[in-house]
Ligand binder design. Structure first.
Ligand code: GDP
Ligand code: CA
Length: 316
């Protein structure tokens, strides 16, 4: 069995762990958002790829949900002592080694997909981790500059990590997306899939960014497999993160129904054959099989059961 999962960082990684547990014999391919990627202190940082790799490889800080377990922050403190911008981004000492290896390989001319495979040789995540694209695509957020009162596009990381999503987003822009193509293996994975799952990742800045890569959405809907999505909105609120700040900017209601309708029915030009919502979230998404299921990834068992429910929704 071949399974493809579209994923962002924390929500995507946890869900992938459930898929791996629910289908241990399957070949699983994760197509991961790289719109959060950023260069800081000369290092190329890929937050969602690293979250997926560390989570599935057993190196994640479970409490924080990002970065390495047993992390120390000596380099960050030393950079701050130099007032070296940006001081607001958490770069751990252990994590730094990943960024050093990645940057060195990229500088030597390897594409991001090859670099990711090389990093995963250490972590053995048990799934094939693919960046959505080898081309550089960076999400920027259009906000009102508090000083000038004028619109300004800032990097997603600056909006989220520095400003804690406090600045109202007017739009999300994928810088570089026009020149992007799906990474090697992505189109092939959709074509060979028996099940395609949309993780309960951020519909705008994770799944939306992946779908924005020219050609990727077309390859997804051309898959012979059924496509099932899992709602990141439970009881009218996001479980964690800032999707509740992103969805209204796109005119999407913060509800399981709103996100389901945004993805839309595959039979009607959208993506979904099936949509998993929380048991208390009545959702009417025309043309889509709506499955009320427990949606909280609160334990390994609950996460595995959620993944199994999503896979079941692909087989009927
Ligand atoms: P990020 O890149 O780290 O922001 O992570 P993702 O985009 O992959 O996932 C963020 C989304 O995961 C948020 O919108 C959350 O609502 C959702 N999420 C986190 N935990 C859970 C959970 O236990 N159940 C569900 N259904 N969604 C979750
Ligand atoms: Ca992310």
């Amino acid at each position: 069995m071949q399974i493809v999962v579209l994923a962002g960082g924390t929500g995507g990684a946890r869900f992938l762990r459930g898929v791996r547990a629910a289908a241990p014999e399957a070949e699983i391919t994760a197509v991961v958002n790289t719109g959060d990627d950023v260069t800081m202190h000369g290092l190329r940082i890929c937050p969602d790829l690293d979250t997926v790799m560390y989570t599935l490889g057993g190196g994640i800080d479970e409490e924080r949900g990002w970065g390495r377990a047993g992390e120390s922050w000596t380099v960050k403190e030393e950079l701050a002592a130099y007032d070296a911008d940006p001081t607001w981004f958490g770069l751990g000492d252990r994590d730094l080694a990943t960024h050093l290896v990645r940057t060195r390989m990229l500088d030597a001319g390897y594409p991001l997909s090859a670099v990711t495979a090389a990093l995963c040789a250490r972590w053995q995540p048990g799934v094939t981790v693919l960046p959505m694209s080898d081309q550089r695509v960076e999400t920027h957020v259009v906000v009102t500059d508090p000083d000038s009162g004028r619109p300004q596009a800032i990097h997603f990381q600056e909006w989220w990590v520095r400003h804690r999503a406090a600045l109202d987003p007017a739009a999300f822009v994928q810088v570089g997306v026009d020149a992007a193509r799906p990474a090697p293996g992505v189109v092939e994975a959709f074509a060979a899939a028996d099940a395609v799952l949309l993780a309960p990742s951020n519909p705008v800045v994770s799944i939306g960014t992946v779908l924005g890569v020219p050609g990727l959405r077309e390859a997804l809907v051309a898959s012979p497999a059924r496509i099932a999505g899992v709602s990141p909105v439970v009881g009218g609120a996001v479980v964690r993160g800032m999707a509740d700040r992103c969805l209204p900017a796109m005119g999407i209601e913060v509800s399981a129904e709103g996100v389901g309708r945004h993805y839309g029915a595959r039979s009607d030009g959208g993506l979904l054959d099936a949509w998993l919502v929380a048991e208390d979230d009545a959702a009417d998404v025309p043309g889509v099989d709506v499955h009320p299921r427990p949606l909280m990834m609160s334990s390994p068992e609950a996460t595995e059961a959620l993944a199994r429910a999503a896979l079941d929704a692909c087989t009927r």
